[in-house]
Design a protein around this ligand. Structure first.
Ligand code: F6P
Length: 317
């Protein structure tokens, strides 16, 4: 069996561990693995590399991906289907192992399915916003990275009180990542795009928290509407200084957590097994206890918004 690994869209911590797991399993069983350099755009251009197991094991725990990705909508090109078929036949590729998030599952996977190409998608994104799976690879690592930042901010906030601290996380248009970080980190408030709060209410709440605890710790999703206005208005309405830190892409490039390293290996084993068992197309989804099963397709609907009860609990609404 010869598999080609493709990273599609944003990378996520744990991808390297999954690549390493798959490559080593393949080598042990006499299978071959190639990697597309530059996502599907690279695959169409026949940019394929052999993956050196010594390199993949060395970098298994590191963030990013040893195979470069791409966000280019390469498969939408009119001749994409023919080019892909030509590359796969030319290089003797039997199937594709694809890492991707919400966009890949919505736009790329259905296309590969319609073209009848054997492929398995491993949902991988720090955002944990893919419908139909309980977990996406990389989410735990991104939460871990944020929890260190939150702890540092809490330490300095307590030492020099009287301020509001906003820690901004990635998460694309959804607040799943921010809510997970806020809840586990014991933040005073979580500001999520799905549940915007009224500015006057927020200002009054922050003032009360600072009076009570000495400081306010807020986790803010990057897609929260009107961040700039918020950062200007809160100090004006409360007289309290505000300090804003954005985790940015450092969060996405974080080293993989133990959980992600383990799940990555579980995923790679499940994918290899599924190919061996003759599965032609599937998405590996996490069920209870992070047990991976494959589904032929995922719901076409978006993942529901973050759990309202949990948001209300964190924000004490
Ligand atoms: O989807 C993963 C993600 O890291 C989001 O959290 C973030 O909004 C986005 O990708 C950033 O994308 P880019 O690397 O293209 O700026």
């Amino acid at each position: 069996m010869k598999t080609c690994i493709v990273i599609s869209g944003g990378d996520a911590p744990g991808i390297n561990a999954a690549i390493d797991g798959y490559v080593r399993l393949a080598a042990r069983n006499g299978d071959r693995v190639l990697g597309a350099q530059g996502g599907f755009a690279g695959l169409l251009d026949n940019q394929l590399v052999e993956i050196d197991p010594a390199l993949s094991s060395l970098l298994a725990g590191r963030g990013g991906s040893i195979l470069q990705s791409s966000r280019a909508p390469a498969l939408q090109q009119p001749d994409a289907r023919e080019r892909l078929a030509r590359v796969m036949a030319g290089r003797g590729i039997d199937n594709l192992l694809v890492f991707g998030g919400d966009g890949t599952l919505r736009h790329v996977y259905p296309r590969l399915g319609a073209w009848g190409l054997p492929c398995i998608v491993l949902p991988a994104t720090i955002d944990n916003d893919v419908a139909g799976t309980g977990y996406t690879l990389g989410h735990d690592s991104a939460c871990n990275f944020a929890s260190h930042a939150l702890a540092g901010i809490r330490a300095t906030a307590g030492a020099l009180p009287g301020r509001v601290f906003m820690l901004e996380t990635l998460g694309a248009p959804t607040g799943h990542l921010a809510l997970a970080i806020a809840y586990a980190g014991g933040a005073h408030l979580a500001l999520l795009p799905e549940y915007p709060l009224e500015l006057d209410w927020l200002a009054a709440r922050l003032r009360r928290i600072v009076e009570r605890d000495g400081y306010a710790l807020v986790v803010l999703s990057e897609a929260y509407p009107g961040i700039k206005v918020l950062l200007e208005e809160i100090p004006q309405r409360t007289g309290i200084r505000i300090r804003h830190s954005a985790l940015g892409h450092a969060q996405r490039g974080a080293d993989a957590s133990h959980k992600d390293r383990r799940l990555a290996r579980d995923m790679s084993r499940a994918a290899w097994r599924a190919f061996k068992d003759g599965l032609r197309q599937g998405v590996l989804v996490a069920r209870e206890g992070a047990h991976f099963v494959h589904e032929g397709s995922l719901p076409s609907l978006s993942k529901p918004p973050p759990d309202r009860d949990l948001v209300e609990f964190v924000n004490q609404l």
